[in-house]
Ligand binder design. Structure first.
Ligand code: SF4
Length: 424
């Protein structure tokens, strides 16, 4: 979501006559688009602003802004805390960036624009440059209030975009060369839950599927509580919907899930995975999981490991719990020690590495459709693309293949990618 917001801000900056530079020393505008979902990225954002402050000593006209969730959370306090900061802009006010920049150019600095307006902006700026794979926001915010999560506070309540605006944006992107779109939302599969008369999420998928020229559809992030049978069934009939589902489960113990206020049990989660694999046996399944939630006992952690063994995820994003100010869990006692969190994370990641490698090896000999994205990072004669189930594949080829759908026979399953030979 932040990556997409950064793209939108870049499009707005280009509209104001600015050009992107790869050299920060040359920049007249320096923005730090921040994340507050865990402690580490927040600290990284502050140290980056510190570096920009030093650069401003050589270029006093430069404009420094903090955007994103730290901006929403801290608001005006940031202006008091960081003297060189020129403005603070929350994620619900991105469309105000041109106005704020014009004011800053004229010397009016110290603006703070945070909060949320009613409804999701209909027309969000899209990047001006052609993108093979593009993000499209369909909803913003979250109503779930998981006890550890700051997102409902810093991104606001759920707001869905009108389907007509979404379809029009996708048509524009396809005209510019996009082949694959990822529908974005904090809780994407609760799309339009509160908008009577609007398309449901699976109906929206089916409509997007009809747009000529689009090769692939993905969506993220889903919540198990809002993943309906109708959405799961859509994987069986929406032709361009890729066989990849990112479905966070966070913990394998019902006691922990309840304290997290997740609104689902491990049994319900496992039943959904079973149904998903019945509809689409090839489905690549990934998830988010955390270790060291307050009062997580060894038995709770064992249940998380057991769930991972049972599901055999294709990949996992795993994190150590860190208390976020303003959340309920941050006030709770019983936080695990850093050593316990580290040990559990290493055990969990070791388990998942073994599963990922095993699953990648199982693909050896199979033929996969690949959307070619560009050159491989390691060799100029090797191209890099992605399967429908979201695995990276490297294979010999030339850059004329970028943007093409090709078939590749998988020769080798590695830890983080697959290697193969083109066969069609
Ligand atoms: S569903 Fe996701 S975004 Fe919403 S509160 Fe829970 S963790 Fe945060």
């Amino acid at each position: 979501m932040n990556e997409h917001d950064s793209e939108r801000m870049l499009a707005l900056l280009e509209g104001c006559g600015y050009r992107e530079t790869k050299h920060v020393e040359e920049a007249d505008v320096m923005l730090v688009n921040t994340c507050t979902v865990r402690e580490k990225p927040e600290q990284k954002a502050y140290s980056m602003v510190g570096r920009f402050q030093q650069l401003k000593e050589d270029n006093p006209h430069a404009i420094i802004g903090i955007t994103g969730c730290v901006a929403q959370q801290e608001g005006e306090r940031l202006l008091g805390r960081i003297p060189a900061l020129d403005f603070v802009l929350g994620p619900g006010k991105i469309h105000k960036l041109p106005e704020i920049l014009r004011d800053a150019e004229k010397g009016k600095r110290g603006t703070c624009s945070v909060g949320f307006e009613n409804g999701c902006p209909t027309n969000l700026p899209t990047p001006h440059t052609a993108q093979l794979r593009a993000y499209v926001t369909i909803m913003q915010g979250c109503d779930n209030f998981c006890s550890y999560c700051i997102v409902p506070t810093v991104r606001g309540r759920e707001r869905s975009r009108p389907s007509a605006a979404i379809l029009a944006e996708i048509e524009t992107l396809i005209r510019q060369g996009t082949k694959e779109i990822t529908l974005l939302g904090q809780n994407v599969n609760s799309y339009a839950k509160h908008t009577p008369g609007e398309l449901t999420f699976p109906q929206l998928l089916a409509k997007i599927d009809e747009i000529p020229g689009l090769e692939r559809i993905r969506f993220t992030t889903s919540h198990p509580k809002d993943l309906t049978e109708e959405t799961i069934e859509a994987f069986g009939y929406v032709e361009h919907l890729c066989e990849h589902l990112h479905l966070p489960f966070q913990a394998g113990s019902n006691a922990v899930l309840e304290r997290m206020n997740r609104g689902h049990t491990r049994e319900e989660y496992l039943a959904q995975i079973k149904k998903v694999r019945e509809v689409s046996p090839q489905m690549g399944i990934t998830a988010d999981v955390m270790v060291g939630f307050p009062a997580e006992e060894e038995e709770d952690f064992d249940q998380t490991l057991e769930l991972i063994r049972r599901v055999e995820f294709d990949g996992l994003f795993s994190f150590k719990y860190s208390p976020r100010p303003g959340t309920r869990a941050a006030r709770w006692k019983g936080e695990c020690t850093p050593e316990v969190k580290q040990r559990r994370l290493e055990i969990l990641q070791g388990l998942q590495r073994g599963i990922t490698l095993k699953k990648n090896k199982e693909l050896e000999g199979s033929v996969k459709e690949i959307l070619v994205e560009g050159r491989s990072r390691n060799s100029p004669h090797t191209m890099r693309g992605r399967t429908r189930c979201n695995r990276i594949v490297n294979f010999p080829g030339g850059s004329d293949l970028v943007g093409a759908l090709v078939f590749v026979k998988i020769a080798k399953g590695l830890q983080n990618s697959l290697r193969g030979e083109r066969c069609g």
